[in-house]
Design a binder for this molecule. Structure first.
Ligand code: SAM
Length: 267
């Protein structure tokens, strides 16, 4: 009996992997497994333990998701989440899918909080000496990870997209940090207007940085992500220029600015 169940799930997984492989999906085996886990609401290890059966309704859902993924629709949008810094973030098409390389930006900010900002008195009018601004927050993955990892930090996270901020707010709730992360909508630093004259100890940002002319040649999965999250203008530098020309008005001494540029965290 067990053998039949294993056989049932194994043949479906093989079928899924094969379909994804033919569609040119970069990691067909892993994606076929993730989609099965999503359908069965189980962990990947459970797929190999032999005590799960795939019923007709589940088989149909699985086939539908494999079809969707074969059209190169991103796995993370299908399953509605992605892991970043060890935390799961809710996702939909209103936000960029968090990238693993952005974790180094968070790690750099963490290092500063644990070293050069340790013991530094709060800036004027502030309770915490770890006030962090995340510009262009998207799903909120950077701000919320920092809030989770630094319990004394207070964050402001901004985005021009209200739908993106709605996703970020849901993520803050999911991770229990709504009391320490304030979300504001607006164009870069303009979003801070409601706060008056305000300065931060650290500014982090992963702004859109793809050259407009390069957008069409990006992988098919990326074409489903919001254009607003990708398009960095003609030379890809529109947001860097705006951030670099204004950040000094919003940061205290010592200056800690971390901006991701073409998949590299830079200071
Ligand atoms: C590259 S995504 C980064 C999202 C998130 N920080 C991450 O690492 O996944 C850039 C974000 O900038 C937002 N954005 C685009 N133009 C903006 C602007 N003028 N002001 C503020 N945010 C903007 C987009 O809506 C998008 O959520």
């Amino acid at each position: 009996m067990n053998f039949l169940k294993v056989n049932n799930i194994r043949s479906l997984l093989n079928w899924g992997e094969d379909a994804l492989n033919r569609a040119g999906v970069p990691s067909p085996k892993v994606d076929a497994e993730w989609l099965m886990c999503y359908v069965l609401d189980c962990e990947r290890i459970d797929l190999y333990l032999g005590d799960i059966e795939v019923g007709p309704a589940e088989e149909e859902s699985y086939k539908r998701y494999i079809e969707k993924r074969s059209a190169r629709y991103p796995l993370q949008y299908i399953i509605g989440k992605a892991n970043f810094m060890g935390f799961d973030f809710i996702l939909n098409e209103d936000v960029l899918i968090p990238r693993p390389e952005t974790e180094s930006l968070v790690e750099e900010a963490l290092k500063i909080c644990h070293t050069s900002l340790r013991g530094v008195p709060p800036l004027a009018g502030r309770r915490s000496n770890l006030n962090i601004l995340d510009l262009c927050t998207g799903s909120g993955c950077i701000a919320i990870s920092l809030a989770k990892l630094i319990p004394e930090a207070e964050l402001v996270a901004t985005d021009i997209s209200e739908p993106a901020l709605n996703v970020a707010r849901r993520n803050a709730e999911l991770h229990g940090v709504t009391d320490r992360v304030t979300f504001l909508q607006g164009d870069l630093f303009d979003a801070l207007k409601p706060l008056g004259d305000v300065k931060f100890n650290i500014i982090v940002s992963k702004p859109p940085y793809i050259k407009t002319g390069d957008l069409e040649s990006l992988p098919p999965e990326v074409q489903y992500e919001p254009r607003l999250a990708l398009d960095g203008g003609e030379d890809g530098g529109r947001f860097y220029n705006e951030i670099y020309s204004a950040y000094r008005d919003y940061i205290g001494e010592p200056i800690h600015l971390f901006v991701e540029k073409s998949s590299q965290a830079i200071i």
